[in-house]
Design a protein around this ligand. Structure first.
Ligand SMILES: *Cc1c(COP(=O)(O)O)cnc(C)c1O
Length: 397
């Protein structure tokens, strides 16, 4: 058969499954074995020589995990992908893969909290410095770059206030200076945004969010050129050991099969809820990049084919008690961390851990304590709006 280019939904369902490899099993078996055995000395030593192309040990390749990696690489339009045991394992392994003592990193300030902590504090013990920028202008980035800059770390959009960076402009500048560009694409998913096509070198996802999609798996993935995936496979992946487990990979594959269906629904629901909140008299402002009212709407339209279900808003009150009342009154939106699952969640920034370290980070990130984040799930939009409406009625503003 001639090679045809399939649509995204077809690829999500069938790409890399190869049931004929597994006795025709329509869903792939879970290879729950830590090692693979070989019949002869020669075959064994050959496999050890080229671990990237063979099955040797779980801290290497595994047939179940490989399917998830191939599907995600295909969706991101990348050459190759490597799965990790969490988004943070993928992020830290990737950053460490490009730096040595004395190097410099430029990062968007509003990145995922633990990633900010890694860059602003943990990694400084190795004499690696990070400059944080707002990410709003390429000029600001140009000024932050030094001779020792090795990485530009981005997250577009960010996941509390949904700020975007101009990815193709930044990629162009970075290429001239031979600096590696990394983007955390967890919010948009490869269904709505493909940073590699805009010239970015490496894409990272927390698969614990939409790629898994069912709040039952924690995983991460790195996508990029074959050379780089090979580099990370040989060093940070086995040395730091943040591996994904086969059953979790199997759940991830299952989640990926419905990614386009789910994302369309998340987008649809989120737009309805963002519009509802924006027109509500008790709401001060809504953050969702695909609303025409947003300051970066034009850039959002250029870079994103759609949006996910994660948005945030603020009430017209600075009384935390009113926020408490609101979230306690919600019946469908449940209080919880994380996002990207089928279920709707609410996360008031005011409820986040109130120790000194977290408070300091929140301040540095400019995170308003009055911000309320919603992960809009797959429920009926009218039920979600009704839930928000009745809860807003309970508050004073
Ligand atoms: C959750 C998250 C991560 C970390 O992923 P884990 O799988 O929880 O380690 C990284 N980046 C973003 C944007 C996230 O939301």
């Amino acid at each position: 058969m001639k090679k045809v280019k399939f649509g995204v939904q077809t690829d999500c369902i069938h790409y890399a499954d190869e049931p004929e490899r597994f006795l025709g099993a329509v869903t792939p078996p879970i290879f729950q074995n830590s090692l693979f055995v070989y019949p002869t000395f020669k075959k064994f030593s050959k496999a050890l020589e080229k671990q990237a192309q063979n099955y040797v040990y779980m801290r290497g390749n595994n047939p179940t995990i490989e399917i998830a990696e191939k599907k995600i690489a295909k969706l991101e339009k990348g050459e190759s992908a490597k799965c990790f045991g969490s988004g943070m394992a993928a992020i830290t392994s990737t950053i460490l893969s490009f730096i040595k003592a004395g190097d410099h990193i430029v990062s968007v300030r509003n990145v995922y909290g633990p990633c900010y902590e890694f860059l602003s504090s943990y990694i400084t013990r190795f004499n690696i410095e990070t400059s944080f920028i707002s990410g709003f202008s390429t000029e600001e980035l140009r000024e932050a770059i030094r001779r020792s800059t090795k990485i530009i770390y981005l997250e577009s959009p960010t996941t509390f206030t949904f700020q975007l960076q101009n990815l193709s402009e930044i990629a162009k500048l970075a290429k001239q200076r031979r600096i590696v560009t990394i983007v955390d694409n967890s919010w948009a998913t490869p269904y709505f945004q493909n940073p590699l096509e805009m010239g970015i070198d490496i894409v990272i996802h927390s698969c614990s969010k939409y790629l898994g999609g069912h709040s039952d798996v924690v995983a991460g993935v790195v996508v990029g050129k074959k050379d780089f995936i090979e580099q990370i496979f040989q060093s940070e992946f086995p040395l730091l050991g943040g591996i994904l487990h086969p059953f979790d990979a199997w759940l991830l594959i299952r989640g990926l099969r419905t990614l386009p269906l789910r994302m369309e629904r998340h987008f649809n629901n989120a737009l309805k809820i963002a519009n509802f909140l924006e027109s509500h008299p008790k709401v001060l402002k809504v953050n969702y990049p695909l609303l025409p009212s947003q300051s970066q709407y034009q850039l959002a339209k250029k870079q994103l084919r759609g949006g996910s279900g994660l948005l945030s808003f603020e009430l017209k009150t600075d009384n935390i008690k009113e926020i408490e009342k609101l979230v306690n009154s919600l019946k469908i939106f449940r209080l919880g961390v994380s996002w990207g699952g089928y279920e709707s969640l609410v996360l008031p920034v005011a409820a986040l851990r109130k120790d000194e370290k977290t408070e300091k980070i929140q301040k540095e990130l400019g995170l308003s304590p009055y911000l309320i984040r919603l992960s809009v799930g797959l429920e009926d939009a009218k039920d979600l709006i009704f839930d928000l409406e009745q809860a807003l009625l309970q508050t004073r503003s």
